[in-house]
Design a protein around this ligand. Structure first.
Ligand SMILES: Nc1nc2c(ncn2[C@@H]2O[C@H](COP(=O)(O)OP(=O)(O)OP(=O)(O)O)[C@@H](O)[C@H]2O)c(=O)[nH]1
Length: 295
């Protein structure tokens, strides 16, 4: 079975997707592995590594907004609908990509593309089924700085869960920008976010406090949260939902640390079963197959 392997990098705007792609490409190069980098953000401009395939060669957000008088979000949806109508733009070049490559797809940050409209699910289906049959996982990034606001962190966790359910791929969830989480209290508390602990939400309701880790320093008690009963009940219900499904846990990413990038790559490799396919075949394997077919 010939196959192809890839990962689609998703997450909210500014979560560090493109930065992670660059770190991943660098790490793959250091380890003499090949990759095929695709940019699907029709507004992205600055890349450390030039993409092998860039949606801007097909359509740009700037042109769409100007010619069709659309805003940035409507324009982005249009760009993706256009891509879906011209899928050979992406499928044709991918036909040529060998199984030793890791295909990396860098997505835009508008999460409505995964959660509100079935655009990304349709794209994923086209890549993972049919001729291409790419073994693919999603890497979903959420900023670790979100932990300054627990409700925001859980909202982010919910959107990760929603994306998981929509795209139906194995998911690797990542807390990015770990270099910004400093200070002992922050590090200690972080464990409760890696496997989201719903009592964190309860704590907010009970104490009425949130903590700010400003520039990595614990700034302590900075804000009163008016946690009315209804808000508290909603938080608990959302927390319970996340807990019941036990779907979301996070890996920590520090892009400056090669080991951290390597660790995440090994989760991605496992999710897409990359290494199983790369194992060298014994010379006799082919013989056995032939004998079996003949017999
Ligand atoms: N300190 C720190 N900053 C980071 C890290 N990763 C990304 N950034 C910064 O965060 C900002 C956004 O990073 P990007 O990689 O462009 O994020 P993105 O998710 O691709 O953004 P969109 O494509 O706009 O959704 C940039 O200013 C980066 O320099 C990180 O690990 N640590």
């Amino acid at each position: 079975m010939g196959s192809k392997y890839g990962t689609i990098i998703m997450g909210p705007a500014g979560a560090g997707k493109t930065t992670f792609c660059s770190a991943l490409i660098q790490h793959l190069r250091n380890n003499k592995r090949s990759c095929y980098y695709i940019n699907l953000d029709p507004a992205a401009e600055d890349f450390v590594y030039e993409p092998d395939l860039d949606i801007k060669e097909l359509i740009t957000l700037e042109d769409v907004m100007e010619e069709l008088h659309l805003g940035p979000n409507g324009g982005l949806i249009y760009c993706f609908e256009f891509l879906l109508e011209n899928l050979d733009f992406i499928t044709d070049p991918l036909e040529q990509v060998g199984e030793e490559y890791l295909i990396i797809i860098d997505m835009p940050g508008q999460i409505e593309l995964y959660t509100h409209v079935p655009i990304v699910p349709s794209l994923v289906k086209a890549l993972t089924k049919g001729n291409l049959n790419i073994s693919m996982c999603a890497a979903y990034l959420l900023e670790s700085t979100f932990i300054v606001d627990r409700a925001k962190f859980f909202a982010g966790t919910l959107s990760a869960m929603s994306a998981m359910l929509m795209v139906e791929l194995p998911h690797v969830n990542i807390l990015s920008k770990m270099d910004l989480v400093k200070g002992q209290v922050a590090r200690k508390e972080l464990k409760r976010y890696i496997e989201p602990d719903i009592s964190l939400l309860q704590d907010v309701g009970d104490s009425g406090l949130v903590y700010e880790y400003k520039d990595g320093v614990d700034a302590g008690q900075v804000e009163e949260v008016v946690a009315g009963d209804a808000f508290g009940r909603l938080n608990r219900a959302v927390g319970q939902l996340i807990d019941d499904f036990s779907l979301v846990s996070f890996l920590k990413l520090d892009v400056q640390d090669e080991d951290s990038v390597g660790a995440i790559l090994s989760y991605i490799d496992d999710a897409i079963q990359f290494h199983e396919a790369q194992e060298p075949r014994e010379p006799n394997d082919d013989l056995e197959v032939e004998e079996h077919e003949m017999g």
